[in-house]
Ligand binder design. Structure first.
Ligand code: SF4
Length: 392
């Protein structure tokens, strides 16, 4: 075995998060079909003010060093006129933020340069189709695809690193190899395959089956030595990475043992045609973080929840320090206890490193501790238990 299959957070995730995501605003001129925030054109007067947002940043620094990654998302963060000031303040506090702008007319080379100069080093952009027709249909507006490609290039020219986010739904499944090819051509820090959470406007989109999800995650693994992939809300990708690592070391047939289906073969064939298989860059191992266990979300009004896709309010940073909410609230402590997981996740030998998407469990069943609905794994069925135990 020539690489670590998983990365672990080098700190106690019961004491401090690895990532803090702040929804700076819900305002956004776009109206994307999957929008978690159900964004609106206008800003909410109850948003955290500039000073309250600065206080939030101080609360984040109270977690100590190393500081959590700080991500400013929306809505569209450009809808806040104080965005550059907020970035500069975050940077002064030792929290250089990543920013997730929307592909609106505000996403100009000049504004990207201002973002960079204010102290941003990474931005993320969404790309949900490999063609203008596919992406713009998904986003609900014309011209978004072209603007995204221009911003991607401009951001890289400016010196910003770019993460590309792709929401995986039934409608763009077969586009994934083409999107991955674009990522390789344009260059990106990471490509994140985000498995839809059926919440917000995303509720109306077609969900994948558990078997299709296994096929997609194994495709994502396959291209991981050519494209710097990661997944979002697909915690079982960590199980897949462990399985594939062990099966490769054993020289075993992963397709047969994991019971992969025709979708996998189709994606794999197209990945091969695009030259996405078999380069020799080092894989980026998935990191062991989950809602409430390394991840915390703060809404535009200061409400704290374990993830932006898991609307379980645990307190408000206007009333209680973020450190106390994260460390002590029942919402957070319950999510960090694998013994509380239900269904197959509760019985699974991979639970300590996976645990499934708590957001998807909640969206589908109403119970954040229920089993992950999009996982096809039968606990105890992986044949190389000793190899697995050695890695865990
Ligand atoms: S059953 Fe749950 S814990 Fe096990 S691999 Fe699937 S999602 Fe992860």
């Amino acid at each position: 075995m020539n690489h670590r299959p998983l990365r672990s957070v080098r700190r106690d995730t019961a004491a401090a998060p690895f990532i803090v995501i702040w929804e700076a605003t819900r305002a956004c001129p776009l109206a994307c079909r999957h929008c978690r925030a159900e964004a609106r054109p206008d800003r909410d007067p109850a948003e955290l003010t500039t000073d309250e947002a600065t206080d939030l940043m101080r609360q984040i620094t109270a977690f100590g060093r190393p500081s959590p990654l700080f991500i400013i998302t929306g809505g569209d963060p450009f809808s806040r006129p104080d965005l550059y000031e907020l970035i500069a303040r975050a940077r002064a506090l030792g929290l250089p933020p990543a920013v997730s702008p929307s592909a609106t007319p505000a996403l100009t080379p000049e504004n990207l340069t201002r973002l960079y100069r204010a102290g941003t080093s990474v931005i993320s952009l969404s790309l949900d189709g490999a063609t203008a027709a596919a992406h713009d249909e998904f986003r609900g507006f014309g011209g978004v695809f072209g603007r995204t490609l221009q911003a991607w290039q401009a951001a890289r020219d400016t010196g910003l690193k770019v993460q590309i986010n792709t929401t995986v739904t039934r409608t763009n499944l077969l586009d994934l190899p083409d999107i991955a090819r674009l990522v390789r051509e344009y260059g990106a820090l990471t490509w994140s395959a985000f498995l839809l959470i059926p919440t917000g406007r995303g509720r109306a989109l077609n969900s994948l089956t558990a078997a299709e999800t296994e096929d997609v995650l194994n495709f994502v693994y396959d291209i991981g030595r050519t494209v710097p992939v990661k997944t979002t809300e697909a915690h079982h990708f960590r199980r897949v990475a462990l399985q594939r690592h062990i099966l490769a070391a054993r020289g075993a047939d992963h397709e047969r043992i994991l019971g992969l289906g025709p979708l996998y073969r189709d994606l794999r064939r197209r990945a091969e045609e695009h030259g996405l298989i078999g380069a020799d860059r080092t894989r980026r191992p998935p990191i062991d973080v989950n809602a409430g266990r390394g991840l915390v979300f703060v809404s535009h009004t200061g409400e704290v929840s374990p993830s932006g896709f898991l609307p379980l309010p645990a307190g408000n940073v206007r009333d209680r320090p973020l450190t106390a909410i994260y460390r002590d609230s029942e919402v957070f402590t319950s999510l960090r206890d694998p013994a509380r997981l239900g269904g197959r996740c509760g019985a699974c030998e991979f639970a300590a490193v996976c645990g499934g998407s708590r957001s998807r469990a909640f969206a589908v069943t109403g119970d954040a501790l229920a089993e992950e609905p999009w996982c096809g794994y039968a606990p105890g069925s992986f044949p190389y238990a000793e190899d697995l135990a050695a890695l865990l």
